[in-house]
Design a protein around this ligand. Structure first.
Ligand code: KG4
Ligand code: ZN
Length: 347
C-alpha cells in the first residue's frame, strides 16, 4: 500500500511517500522537509500569515520531489493523506486542500490525519512497536502523556496546564537573547553551564496526576535573569543549565506518574515512546532512559528527523488508517484545534 503524506500545520512544508506492507511493516520511500526557520527567525517565533504564504509557494515543489524520489507515479498511490490539524489554520488549509485536489484527480481515498496521531504512530513505522504503549509527546505546541491503545484509540493521561515544553525552551531562549528555535540553543548553552547555580521551581512535581505546568518555571528564569543583569556568557549558560535541569527532573517525575497511571488502567505498558522536537534533547533522552529502565519498560525514541515535524509520519498514519478502512470524505474540514483524545476518554 502506497500513501502520499502532506504536512503543513506549522513551519515545515513536508511531503513523503510511505509503503505499508501487509504484515504491518513500513518503509519510507521519500521524505522531503522544507523548513521555514529562516523566514521566521527575525520574529523570534512562527508568524502564521508568513507560514501560510510560504506553504503555498513551496508545497507543489516539495510534493513533486517526494514523488520523484520515491520513483512512483501518482497512479500508483493507494491514498493521499494530509494533516488536517491541529495547527495554524492557514497552513492546514493549504496542505489539506492540495491533498483533496490530488485525491479527486487520481480517484483515490483521502485520509485527514490528526498531526498528534501521526506523532503517536511514528514508532510503529520506525520500530514496529506493538500496541498498547505509553507516549510522551513534547513539541513546541504540545506536551502530553497518552495511552496509545490502537489506531484511533487514544487516552490522554496528562497534559500541560499552560506552556508546552518546547515553548518553554523557546521562550527561555528568547528572554536570554538566544536565537529561534530555542530548544537546541538552550541545550548547547547548558552543556557549559552550572545547573545548580540558580534555584528554580519544579512545578507539579510529586502530584499523582501526570500533568505539567511550565509557565512558572519560565517566569522564575526571567526573575533570576533580571536579578543577574547584565548577563555574562557564563550567566546565560548557568541559567540554561539550571532551567534544563529543572525540566529534566519534572519530566522524569511526570513520566513516572504517567506510567503508574497507565499500569493501573491498562496493564503493561510494552514500551515508553517519545515523540516531538523536545525528544531530541539529550538530557531529556537520558532521563527517559532512566525512567524506562527503572520500570522495566522498553524505550523507543524515533530518530530526531522523525521526532520533529515531517511528511513520513503523516503518510504512515494515513496508511495505518487506510489499512483499517478509515478514510475521509472530500468535504472534511481543516481544524485549528483537534485534541487527540479527551482526558480519560477512551476514543
Ligand atoms: O515537533 P516539533 O518539530 O514542532 C512542533 O512544535 O510541532 O518541535 C519543535 C520544538 C521547538 O519548541 C524546539 O525548541 C524544541 O522542539 N526542540 C528542543 C530541542 N530541539 C527542538 N527542545 C529542547 N532541546 C532540544 N534539543
Ligand atoms: Zn509536531
Amino acid at each position: 500500500m502506497l500513501v502520499l503524506g502532506i504536512e503543513t500545520t506549522c513551519d515545515e512544508t513536508a511531503a513523503s511517500v510511505v509503503r505499508r506492507y501487509g504484515d504491518g511493516r513500513g518503509e519510507i520511500l521519500s521524505d522531503i522537509v522544507r523548513s521555514q526557520i529562516d523566514e521566521h527567525k527575525d520574529y523570534g517565533g512562527v508568524v502564521p500569515e508568513i507560514a501560510a504564504r510560504a506553504h503555498v509557494e513551496v508545497l507543489d515543489h516539495v510534493i513533486a520531489r517526494a514523488m520523484r524520489e520515491a520513483e512512483v507515479g501518482f497512479d500508483r498511490l493507494d491514498g493521499v493523506a494530509a494533516a488536517a490539524g491541529p495547527g495554524l489554520i492557514g497552513g492546514v488549509i493549504v496542505g489539506l486542500t492540495t491533498a483533496k485536489a490530488i485525491a479527486l484527480v487520481i480517484e483515490r481515498p483521502l485520509i485527514a490525519v490528526n498531526h498528534l496521531e501521526a506523532h503517536a504512530l511514528t514508532p510503529r513505522l520506525t520500530d514496529g512497536t506493538a500496541f498498547p504503549y505509553c507516549l510522551f509527546l513534547a513539541s513546541g505546541g504540545h506536551t502530553q502523556i497518552v495511552a496509545v491503545l490502537d489506531v484511533g484509540n487514544y487516552v490522554r493521561l496528562g497534559t500541560t496546564m499552560d506552556d508546552a515544553i518546547g515553548e518553554a525552551f523557546d521562550k527561555t531562549a528568547k528572554l536570554l537573547g538566544l536565537p529561534y528555535p530555542g530548544g537546541p540553543e538552550v541545550e548547547r548553552e547548558a552543556e557549559r553551564g552550572d545547573s545548580e547555580r540558580f534555584i528554580l521551581p519544579r512545578p507539579m512535581m510529586g502530584r499523582a496526576e501526570p500533568d505539567f505546568s511550565l509557565s512558572g518555571l519560565k517566569t522564575a528564569v526571567r526573575i533570576e535573569a533580571e536579578r543577574a543583569a547584565p548577563l555574562s556568557q557564563q550567566d546565560i549558560a548557568d541559567l540554561c543549565a539550571s532551567f534544563q535541569q529543572a525540566v529534566v527532573e519534572v519530566v522524569a517525575d511526570r513520566l513516572r506518574a504517567g506510567l503508574r497511571l497507565f499500569r493501573q488502567r491498562f496493564g503493561g505498558p510494552v514500551a515508553l515512546v517519545a515523540a516531538g522536537g523536545v525528544a531530541a534533547n539529550r538530557s531529556i533522552g537520558r532521563a527517559l532512559q532512566r525512567v524506562a529502565s527503572e520500570s522495566g519498560t522498553a524505550l523507543v525514541i524515533p530518530p530526531p528527523r522523525l521526532c520533529t515535524d515531517n511528511g513520513a509520519m503523516i503518510a504512515w498514519a494515513g496508511a495505518e488508517r487506510l489499512a483499517r478502512g478509515m478514510t475521509d470524505m472530500l468535504d472534511v474540514s481543516p481544524r485549528a484545534r483537534w485534541p487527540l483524545a479527551g482526558k480519560g476518554a477512551a476514543a
